[in-house]
Design a protein around this ligand. Structure first.
Ligand code: BGC
Length: 352
């Protein structure tokens, strides 16, 4: 049997571009780009497994990309201050060509969570590699922190690149985690924004004792795990977090696999490898080790004979009628998805 941990590391290293970027998936045409969100989690997995050089090269790539768009950040900050709408030229894109250039075709680019995750992963890189961050990382981190701190109250696309009209609890969680990380790595004081985000979530993102997908929703999304693991807006054993996990178990966990949200229709809305590993990561952090092991085993059974993990497995679909139209449009489900491999590595490190 393939050692999936070793294989996951290999797949990530083999596919990292000489520029430092990690493609979301090397052979799924729509995913041959590098996302801040996916890349940051992948870099964290590389740091956890001792591949500091790989993570460092991703952070170099990310930092260079942000620094060369300082004018974009400056415009966004001015418009935020003046309370004006942002134009397409005032936002940082969420994904880039591996070269670092922006892609030509239209994409739901206004997504804030990736920059929060990036800051969080950069801080983890500093801690795990025990190296000083190069100046360009520190300078880019400041721009990213200013950008998300100025814009967090604005609706934006969520981490699944949907619902731009809403403010999403996961997005706020990653912004919180990113600002906290930036405060730690730079000494910058973000305490006011951190307190405001936390209070905003408590006042607006709770329904019947659990957190909700976006402000105004009554339902959960599996990404809400991020509120505690890893971004620690609330401790993992906080009653609201525990109730949210129970809701996720009741509505989104089916036969061992975790779905994104109940009415997700992307490829029919199957079970996501990275989310199942994420739930396992959370279980491990609250001491529910048997459940964490079950999640790890479920992920392992999703790997094919080449040890490749897909984005999702088409089982217990929310709505099977959407599977074929997506397959026709974009091809077979993305595999290997580097973010799936990364989250497997994270869960594996947490348990072993
Ligand atoms: C997911 C995003 C992800 C992207 C690349 C999309 O389908 O919704 O979360 O960043 O794929 O993996």
């Amino acid at each position: 049997m393939t050692d999936l941990h070793q294989r996951s590391i290999e797949i990530i290293l083999q596919n990292q571009s000489p520029t430092g970027a990690y493609p979301a998936c090397p052979n799924f045409p729509t995913y041959q780009y590098s996302w801040f969100r996916d890349g940051a989690f992948i870099a964290y997995a590389m740091d956890l497994s001792g591949h500091y050089e790989s993570a460092g090269r991703f952070h170099d790539w990310a930092a260079r990309n942000i620094l060369k768009r300082g004018d974009v950040v400056a415009r966004a900050l001015l418009k935020a201050r003046a309370n004006e709408p942002l134009g397409a030229e005032d936002i940082l894109h969420t994904r880039y060509l591996l070269s670092g250039e922006e892609a030509d075709e239209p994409w739901p680019n206004f997504q804030l969570d990736g920059f929060g995750v990036w800051l969080w992963a950069l801080r983890q890189h500093q801690l795990l590699s025990r190296r000083d961050l190069p100046l360009i990382h520190v300078q880019a981190a400041r721009l990213a922190a200013d950008y998300i701190a100025a814009l967090w109250r604005r609706p934006c696309y969520d981490c699944w690149e949907e619902f731009p009209e809403h403010i999403h609890a996961y997005t706020l969680a990653s912004i919180y985690g990113g600002l906290q990380a930036h405060a730690e790595l730079s000494g910058h004081d973000h305490s006011a924004a951190l307190a405001e985000i936390r209070a905003f979530l408590l006042a607006n993102a709770v329904h019947r004792g659990h957190f909700v997908k976006f402000i105004g929703s009554t339902e959960v999304d599996a990404s809400l795990l991020g509120l505690a693991t890893p971004f620690e807006v609330f401790p993992p054993d906080h009653p609201l977090v525990a109730a949210t996990v129970q809701e996720i178990e009741a509505h989104l966990l089916r036969d061992g696999g975790v779905h994104r949200y109940a009415w997700d229709t992307y490829y029919g809305g199957g079970a996501w490898v990275l989310l199942t590993a994420w739930l396992g990561w959370h279980y491990a952090r609250v001491g529910e080790r048997e459940k964490a092991w079950e999640a790890l085993r479920w992920v392992e059974t999703q790997a094919d004979e080449a040890g490749e993990l897909p984005e999702q497995t088409p089982v217990n679909l929310n709505d099977a009628s959407y599977y074929e139209p997506w397959r026709q449009r974009w091809g077979e489900i993305a595999k290997p998805l580097l973010w799936s491999h990364a989250m497997y590595i994270v869960l594996h490190s947490e348990l072993l």
